[in-house]
Design a protein around this ligand. Structure first.
Ligand code: FAD
Length: 488
């Protein structure tokens, strides 16, 4: 600590999507910027991109896309008129390809840092009072840095539950579930939320008998009720055995060596049940990670749930200290953290952007995908709002049929009085892409009529968004409208 103090305009702690967006934008705006990141890859080398690039969004999508193509090759190609020989999954190659994709992207972030002049510091960061930052390189001693502004972006880690402590490669969290080297015969998943459904789908598609144990009685209560109901039916048809109201109370490792299995005890309406699995994934949520982040004099407060406390503009209680991403309130989603990081960097530079938390899109990358933005029908009912819903099925969309993607629907919810779009809910192929149209519409305060007056290319899945908007006003073209005919 006797070393000369290095000073920066901005120090970012955390190199995940929230932190690296903040660092790049700050550097673009001419500020001398450093980003401290402690994550190491499988070979113990420093790696940027955080959970998202290394153990989250990207590797899960690499395996979801690969395993979906496997299912298509097995079950759908014949109907399209494509004969295949025997189709087999090559799990080591799938995992290697996934790692290759991750490596390209994390290397890309490192190159962007270099190109923008961001100083990457590999090691642990700790905030002291007065924007002093302790930086401890891997295997080294803490040195003090000083900054005009500090942006905290330490992210989140998986929640573990006492009845199911992680155990080698038998009981794993989402990180372990991206690294299986073979297909478990019997797979258990605790939690039927977004991550449980995505990872459960990957291994179910590759051949695991998959059982998801969900403590809640309701399936996907965060999504639109109508869509959750259809999704549950579709996922069950795909072979995901989703058991609701099933609370895991204990786990036990049975056998030895390669014969080890996991016994899971859970409680449901019928009483106590026990299941035996070859692998168990614990996917019950994530919690903010703040270990060792704050010195006693840092001046940053936590909220009652352990998140760093911030206002609407991501300012903490300490002057010139901000926090962004999974470690602060709001949905734990990469794009939410990215936009917060950019907002904070630009505010430090004197610009005045805001993040619109009303239009954060959510996506579940199962097949069909589920995506939404804004309010659900059940939320609006609870708020006593009056609204119109326009629903359009994929089965009535020409392009969906041409592509063999008949399953799904698009629902546009608009205010009954003003016609302003309040929420859009999509289940079906490419829902993750279609939802962007809804986000843009809502960002510009569009009405269902506005969306209905816009021209969409034919034939596309996007036409379904157009038709659902027309349906909200009672006059979709490719559907017999049962609602009373609108006068306008
Ligand atoms: P993180 O990505 O967690 O990054 C934080 C970084 O800070 C890490 O590198 C960490 O090592 C480092 N760090 C922490 N403390 C310190 C410290 N004191 N000093 C130095 N470095 C520190 N979100 C989506 O939007 N779409 C998806 O499809 C999606 N899929 C997911 C799938 C899975 C399996 C998982 C687990 C998550 C998924 N998420 C997805 C969530 C997404 O990964 C997170 O929302 C996102 O990574 C949060 O970004 P962040 O920058 O806040 O934190």
């Amino acid at each position: 600590s006797s070393k000369m103090t290095k000073s920066f305009d901005v120090i970012v702690i955390g190199g995940g999507p929230a932190g690296y967006h903040a660092a790049i934008r700050a550097a673009q705006l001419g500020m001398k910027t450093a980003c401290i990141n402690m994550m190491l890859d499988g070979d113990d080398q420093p790696v940027l991109g955080g959970t998202c690039l290394n153990w989250g969004c990207i590797p899960s999508k690499a395996l979801l896309d690969a395993s979906h193509k496997f299912v298509e090759a097995q079950h759908d190609f014949a109907d399209l008129g494509i004969k295949t020989g025997k189709v087999e999954a090559d799990v080591p190659q799938m995992i290697a390809r996934k790692n290759g994709v991750v490596g390209k992207l994390t290397g890309g972030v490192a190159a962007l840092f270099e190109g923008n002049g961001v100083t990457a510091l590999a090691g642990k960061g700790r905030l002291y009072g007065g924007c002093q930052v302790g930086f401890t390189p891997h295997g080294g001693e803490e040195e003090m840095l000083s900054a005009q502004h500090v942006i905290l972006a330490p992210g989140s880690v998986p929640v573990d539950i006492p009845p199911a402590p992680l155990q080698d490669d038998l009981i794993v969290d989402s990180t372990g579930a991206l690294e299986f080297t073979s297909v478990p015969k019997r797979l258990g998943v605790i939690g039927a939320g977004v991550i449980g459904l995505e990872l459960g789908s990957v291994w179910n598609r590759l051949g695991s008998e998959t059982i998801l144990l969900e403590a809640m009685d309701e399936f996907l209560p965060i999504a639109d009720n109508r869509i959750s109901r259809d999704a549950l039916r579709i996922f069950k048809k795909q072979g995901l055995d989703i058991r609701l109201g099933a609370r895991v109370t204990a786990t036990e490792i049975k056998g030895r060596g390669k014969q080890k299995t996991v016994l899971v005890t859970y409680q449901d309406k019928a009483g106590e049940q026990t299941l035996e699995f070859d692998r168990l994934i614990v996917a019950v949520g994530r919690r903010p990670y703040t270990e060792g982040l704050l010195a006693p004099d840092a001046g940053v407060n936590l909220d009652e749930r352990g998140f760093l406390f911030v206002n609407d503009l991501c300012a903490t209680d300490a002057p010139n200290v901000y926090a962004v991403g999974d470690v602060v309130r709001g949905p734990m989603l990469a794009h939410k953290g990215m936009e917060e990081g950019i907002m904070v960097a630009e505010r430090i530079a004197g610009h005045k952007p805001v993040v619109n938390y009303e239009t954060v899109p959510s996506v579940i990358y199962t097949h069909p995908e589920i995506a939404w933005v804004g309010k659900t029908e059940q939320q609006l009912k609870m708020d006593g709002e009056s609204f119109n819903v326009g629903s359009f099925p994929y089965a009535a969309n020409g392009r969906a049929l041409a592509a063999g993607e008949n399953e799904g629907m698009i629902r546009v919810i608009a205010d009954a009085e003003t016609d302003r779009i309040l929420g859009v809910h999509v289940m079906g192929a490419q829902a993750s892409e279609l939802i962007a149209q809804a986000v843009i519409s809502m960002e510009f305060s569009a009405s269902a009529e506005d969306l209905g007056l816009i021209m969409f290319a034919h034939p596309t899945l996007s036409e379904g968004v157009h038709e659902a908007a027309l349906a909200a006003r009672g006059h979709a073209i490719h559907m017999v409208n049962r609602a009373p005919r609108a006068k306008n």
